[in-house]
Design a protein around this ligand. Structure first.
Ligand code: AMP
Ligand code: MG
Length: 351
């Protein structure tokens, strides 16, 4: 059912600090079937008790998210993985290694689900997406609740993900009862999604379903990294549902441009704003931009650019003097791969 307009309350929490009273209050709301926007280190999530179908349905309604797009379950600890997933014997060693290395943190594992996980969470798939977040608030609330928290990003479907409580309010204010505000997210990009599997030689590997803060380079130190569609029988090898060509999109049109090339406006009557990596490129030096915003001014650090990417996209979307957004392409190494994935989808033709 569609959420009617309501007042959205904001609880501010200091980081770090003693917050068990807040965790208990939020867990109580979730237990009563409510949805709550919660911070994680990646982006803000819109959480519901994963075992409460009606609450999970509210998440889909508030976001206007199609039901074919499954949710990630957030666990308070890797110990809770066994409550929702059955890790096949041949993958147990690899899953333990990945969990040891990257949990708590921005890694999601797609694993065979247990029957207790409702269909609405997994879109009816035989698998469930599982993550132990690093952020104390999401983990603390999941622990106080005693159930996993199903939470997609707290934005309207297809829009830019929120990396601050203010961004959540812009996306979902009036549609949800509560946002827990713990300040800006420290990673700024959605989790890396992996599906542990056997490769064609029967060796444990991971299929990279979504690029994210845990880079291919880091994963390769642990096992082979397969592209979706590679390795294993096709029936066991679905692409990640919900990874649609158009996603993470601002309201304005977004065009990608090589920073070394000159930009020729497709319509000279329109005004253009530039999102530049460092602000030092030939493209940034070009005249005529209505606005220029740098992701990592001066130094050009991919980690800083990642943290700021969605906030800068959102700020450019809100600049009145800008009609079209131009974004520099970024180096596709490390975190640059995940950022280019998001930028390509933001630039994709909308259906
Ligand atoms: P979000 O929570 O908005 O970052 O999106 C979660 C994403 O996780 C979905 O769009 C899917 O691509 C992916 N996902 C969740 N559950 C599964 C699953 N069981 N199998 C494959 N991908 C999944
Ligand atoms: Mg999302």
């Amino acid at each position: 059912m569609m959420q009617s307009q309501m007042e959205t309350r904001v609880i501010e929490v200091d980081m770090p600090g003693e917050r068990s009273a807040v965790y208990r209050e939020v867990a109580e709301l979730l237990r009563a079937g409510s949805v709550v926007a919660l911070p994680t280190e990646t982006v803000y999530g819109l959480g519901a008790d994963a075992f409460c179908e009606a609450a999970v349905a509210e998440v889909f309604a508030a976001k206007e998210r199609p039901h074919f797009d499954p949710l990630i379950c957030h666990l308070w600890s890797a110990k809770a993985l066994k409550d929702i997933a059955d890790v096949p014997a041949e993958l147990q060693e690899l899953v333990a290694k990945l969990a040891e290395e990257f949990w708590p943190g921005p890694m999601t594992l797609v694993l065979p689900r247990k029957a207790c996980v409702p269909d609405i969470v997994t879109s009816g798939l035989p698998t469930v997406a599982c993550r132990v977040p690093r952020h104390e608030v999401m983990r603390g609330v999941a622990k106080a609740l005693g159930h996993p928290i199903a939470a997609p990003s707290a934005n309207r479907f297809g829009h830019i993900s929120p990396t601050s409580a203010q961004a959540v309010l812009k996306e979902l204010g009036g549609r949800i009862p509560l946002v827990v505000d713990a300040g800006a997210c420290s990673e700024g990009l959605e989790s890396t999604i992996l599906q542990p599997c056997l490769d064609e030689k029967g060796k444990p590997a991971v299929r990279l379903l979504r690029e994210g803060p845990i880079t291919r380079e880091r994963l390769r130190g642990i096992c082979r990294v397969l592209k979706p569609g590679k390795g294993g029988p096709a029936a066991e090898n679905p692409a990640a549902p919900g990874q649609l060509p158009s996603h993470y999109a601002p309201h304005k049109r977004l065009i990608l441009c090589d920073p070394k090339e000159e930009f020729t406006p497709p319509d000279p009557a329109l005004s253009y704003g530039l999102i530049t990596y460092q602000g030092t490129s030939p493209l940034a030096a070009q005249e005529g931009w209505a606005s220029v915003m740098a992701l990592s001014p001066g130094s050009g650090r991919l980690a800083e650019a990642a943290v700021r990417l969605f906030a800068v996209m959102r700020a450019m979307d809100e600049q009145e003097e800008v009609q079209v957004i131009v974004a520099e392409t970024l180096p596709e190494t490390g975190l640059g791969c995940a950022m280019m994935d998001r930028l390509r989808r933001a630039a994709a033709e909308r259906s």
